[in-house]
Design a protein around this ligand. Sequence first.
Ligand SMILES: *Cc1c(COP(=O)(O)O)cnc(C)c1O
Length: 223
Amino acid sequence: MYDVKSNLKRVLADLPQGVRLVAISKYHPNEYIESAYEEGHRIFGESHEQELRQKVETLPKDIQWHFIGHLQTNKVKYIAPYITMIEAVDTLKLLKEIDKQAAKNERVIDVLLELHIAEEETKYGLTPDACRQLLADGEWRALEHVRICGLMMMASFVDDEQQIRSEFRIARNLFDELKALYFADKDYFCERSWGMSHDYPIAVEEGSTMVRVGTSIFGPRVY
Ligand SMILES: *Cc1c(COP(=O)(O)O)cnc(C)c1O
């Protein structure tokens, strides 16, 4: 088995105080998660509802699960009872559904808005302007069972460090802009979720508060 414990320690040693690690365990078996858990790690990220459901049923209850993938609105009800954070909210429709299901569970669910800045084509994520527009529209203010805690993004999957860095900076600047406009008095709007295995050291330099690292801890995924 991959040496999860020493990999975890190595990644954690790279993170300055105030930057948290979401260990991305998608496609990895329970034993890998348990290994990190034994080291004291509690925050894990998954991107498929069914896989997450199976893990939640069989793993310790004090794990804090982050949903990091694209979430269909019809799946929200399954994770609403227990999810700690939904990181990839990119439509008002999804935000409203999370609010509705959180209310049913008498909870407030923390979410991040997902930005699309990278060059790769994807259907998911808000462009900076779409993100501005969503907040300017103001409908989100009526949603009392969700808390928008910050932004999430993935940089382009390239070797060019300058490009990666400049994408993180776009996200950082947008975070500061939105914080000032809408969340200046909201301490909970503080999360900047960027940085994966190949770019988390750069992300940390560019103001990440939360890195999402899978491969560097658990090894390559077997799909
Ligand atoms: C899979 C995934 C990660 C982790 O990627 P690694 O390269 O394995 O560290 C981070 N964020 C998101 C959104 C992912 O889907």
